[in-house]
Design a protein around this ligand. Structure first.
Ligand code: GMT
Length: 381
């Protein structure tokens, strides 16, 4: 198949999923055309089946905000037409699904029917999408897509609850390339961070408010009172300054390190003993799956789709959002020498269920179904 993938090219989870999906599809022999405003972060090598089309955003003194959606729709029209694509797969509804709708209408006028699959990732529904400033367009463009997928059952339910949806939504969970995350013990790295055999806790996120990084630090502070431990915080974002101040106020600076944005997050994860994700909202929790793929147990909140990934008492523990006391107790339980190996083993076993080799065929068959179900329109044009 020839597939156009539209996504955000940044570090965010939806962009990572879209890029990894495109790479995996290309390996299977499909021709993949990425359409974004910048080269996706993880698309930094040559493959005969991978193409990148940059959206040109023209600015003009009159525009306070250049109309990205129009430039994107125009680019989609041209790429679909000249590359003869079979399907467009857009990741994150805003503004990709509505731009795809516009492109589809323009192409229809020109005698081409392009099926559109929209993948909902989370905040495009739970935070931004349901805001009255976007809701009518999000509802319309979900209903107008030829196929819609959500990354968890919880997100599917939230979409049906918040919007007037007149179509089925298929749940296709996020995935991981286990080959990339295969355990690569960097003992020298562990020794540098934990010279006295301390337990290592890791958190990675974009440091937005919904991630509740403060809970990570407060739980660590309590754990640290009971056992020797270190905390690594990977990522960057709006909450970082506040979190650095909190560490200073708590007097924990010696045991906490802020590493900023890291490309090779698997190197840090490979030496971790516990991963924390206390988010307020999380449709899936890709970062937690990455940790599990590195054989790291996870301590999470019960937000959104996280409980579909984290099996309470098996791969880690699931606690109520903001319940720092229970999180501390559970962290200590996981970190006990006699418990840790079992948690690690079960975390890895669970991650294997989400290996790309299991999830890719779900997308491929959904594409085929969608193309098949729109054949009627092809014939009508
Ligand atoms: O976090 C966001 O604001 C958006 C989005 C992104 O691009 O990172 O994250 C969402 O998509 C990920 C990939 O499907 C999911 O793993 C995250 O759980 C989800 N984030 C939220 O729901 C907060």
């Amino acid at each position: 198949m020839k597939i156009g993938i539209v996504c955000y090219p940044t570090f965010g989870g939806s962009g990572v999923v879209a890029t990894e999906l495109g790479k995996a599809l290309a390996k299977e022999g499909h021709q993949i055309h990425f359409i974004t405003y910048r080269q996706p972060t993880r698309l930094d090598f040559f493959s005969e089946n991978l193409f990148y089309h940059e959206v040109d955003i023209k600015s003009y003194p009159l525009f306070e905000h250049a109309p990205y959606e129009l430039a994107l729709a125009s680019k989609m029209v041209n790429v679909v037409k000249y590359e003869q694509l079979d399907l467009l797969h857009v990741h994150y509804a805003i503004p990709h699904a509505s731009a795809a709708y516009m492109a589809k209408q323009i192409l229809k006028e020109r005698g081409i029917y392009i099926p559109v699959v929209t993948t909902l990732h989370g905040t495009d529904i739970t935070l931004v999408g349901k805001d009255p400033s976007y809701e009518p367009v999000v509802t319309f463009s979900i209903n107008q897509s030829d196929g819609v997928t959500a990354v968890s059952e919880d997100l599917r339910k939230a979409t049906v609850e918040h919007f007037e949806i007149k179509r089925d939504i298929r749940v296709i969970p996020n995935f991981i390339d286990l080959e990339r995350f295969k355990k690569q013990k960097k003992e020298h790295f562990k020794l540098a961070i934990c010279p006295h055999g301390e337990k290592l806790i890791v958190h990675t996120s974009n440091f937005r408010k919904v991630k509740r990084v403060e809970d990570v630090i407060r739980v660590f502070y309590e754990v640290r009172k009971q056992i020797p431990a270190k905390l690594l915080l990977v990522g960057d974002g709006p909450e970082r300054d506040k979190m650095e101040r909190l560490c200073r106020d708590l007097g924990t600076c010696d045991d906490i390190r802020f590493l900023g944005k890291l490309e090779a997050v698997e190197e840090v994860l490979s030496v971790a003993d516990l991963f924390m994700m206390p988010s307020e909202k999380e449709s899936f929790g890709l970062a937690a799956l990455e940790a599990m793929a590195c054989e790291v147990p996870i301590l999470t909140s019960n937000a959104g789709g996280i409980p579909e990934l984290n099996i309470d008492g098996q791969t880690g523990f699931v606690c109520n959002v903001g319940d720092i006391t229970t999180m501390t107790t559970k962290a200590l339980e996981i970190l006990k020498d006699e418990n840790l190996p079992g948690f690690k083993e079960r975390a890895l076993k669970r991650a294997k269920e989400f290996d790309v080799t299991n999830i890719l065929p779900l997308y491929e068959s959904y594409y085929r179904e969608t193309i098949e179900s729109t054949k009627f329109y092809f014939e009508k044009i």
